[in-house]
Design a protein around this ligand. Structure first.
Ligand code: SAH
Length: 360
């Protein structure tokens, strides 16, 4: 039994069934045994777009440089990445954006990361890039509370899917919070003993959900998005969120766990598998505050094509061996095909009022 499994069972014995949000927070972020705290899962348990191809981060670098132009080329702004993994996206973005005169000098780089292991990996990835292109030393933050003053350009790829969600299950007598309980020594899902007093505040389309339906909310995701919107409405800037998810809020159980590239049970050996959910982009877009706009959500395939993925691929292929050229074509397909990441992955940009983000 994993160390964290014991800790979770002890807490359930003491306090009763554990809400899914608490389980997910412990499995991913327990200070000693959390999945993201103990290791570098990228490339073994799962892979992400920036790890598939440098073109992904390069196009996002060009996207960020375009936002910087639209803000009016401020001499100081902060480029932020939330949940930067191995730092690959930021490294490719910084390299690409350094072609814009003044960008490297103006950018303060902040990496928001909870994992000490991944922070070290990110630092090693960024060190040669920042010194080569003349960026200031990046900073590492454990939360968005310490974001820089002034305009903000914020990138989040596969960040929101890792934030804890609350799940509610419709029963005969109303919605109950979905919990993790212990039965005969095993962890199992079980609804809370009593229905939510007053019911749930649900989108009208979800009100008639059948018994057994599951509704998901991520208070952590909406709190972060709301805070970011408030910041950019005060100081200007943009947030770009890319993730797997759905455009319209809907019922459905999207909690999933992955180990070694395979789906496994969410309750199996917590702390040893990546647990994620599909992101509710309608809920994220609804976090806009006065002075910010949520642009219509698009798919990753459309977004990357509109940013010029095909042209970038052609350019790279000019100096590639036949094997490398094939790998570039394969990466384009993986990032944009409907049966790969092209449609499942969605893109949301929230910007200060006057900005028209590229690709959307
Ligand atoms: N964006 C990267 C990695 C995605 S994996 C990529 O595209 O390759 C999720 C990342 O979010 C990891 O770096 C993980 O450590 C980080 N993370 C998870 N929960 C977090 C939280 N609450 N605050 C900050 N970072 C978090």
């Amino acid at each position: 039994m994993s160390e964290l499994s014991k800790i979770i069972r002890d807490e359930i014995r003491e306090a009763g069934p554990m809400p899914v949000a608490r389980y997910m927070a412990l499995a991913l972020g327990h200070p000693q045994h959390g999945y993201y705290i103990t290791g570098d899962p990228l490339g073994t348990d799962f892979t992400t777009s920036p790890e598939i191809s440098q073109m992904f981060g390069e196009l996002i670098g060009a996207w960020a440089a375009d936002v910087w132009h639209q803000i009016g080329l401020p001499v100081a702004f902060t480029l932020v990445e939330l949940g930067p993994g191995r730092g690959t996206l930021m490294a490719d973005a910084l390299r690409a954006a350094s072609g814009q005169p003044g960008f490297a000098k103006a950018a303060r780089i902040q990496m928001v990361e909870t994992s000490p292991v991944l922070s070290r990996v990110q630092q090693a990835t960024l060190d040669p890039i920042v010194s080569k292109y003349g960026y200031a030393e990046p900073e590492w933050l454990s939360s968005i509370d310490q974001l820089g003053e002034g305009p903000l350009i914020i990138i989040a790829n596969e960040f929101f899917d890792a934030l804890p969600i609350r799940q509610f299950i419709k029963t005969d007598d109303g919605w109950r919070e979905q919990c993790v309980a212990e039965v005969d020594g095993n962890l199992v899902f079980a609804p809370s003993a009593t229905p939510e007093p007053g019911g749930l505040l649900l989108a009208p389309s979800l009100k008639d959900a059948p018994v057994g339906a599951i509704a998901e909310f991520s208070p952590a995701a909406t709190a972060i998005m709301t805070e970011l919107c408030q910041r950019i409405s005060n100081t200007s800037g943009a947030v770009l969120a890319i993730d797997y998810g759905y455009t319209k809020s809907a019922v459905g159980d999207t909690l999933q766990a992955m180990r070694d590239g395979e789906f496994v049970s969410v309750l199996d050996a917590p702390g040893t598998a990546d647990i994620t959910t599909h992101v509710d982009f309608e809920a994220l877009a609804a976090c806009v505050t006065r002075g910010t706009r949520a642009h219509p959500v698009t798919t990753q395939g459309t977004f990357l094509r509109q940013l010029g993925l095909a042209q970038r691929a052609e350019m790279l292929k000019r100096s590639a061996t036949p094997d490398q050229a094939q790998a570039i074509d394969d990466a384009v397909d993986r990032l944009t095909d409907d049966d790969a990441m092209g449609t499942l992955f969605k893109v949301l940009a929230v910007t200060a009022g006057n900005i028209e983000p590229a690709g959307l």
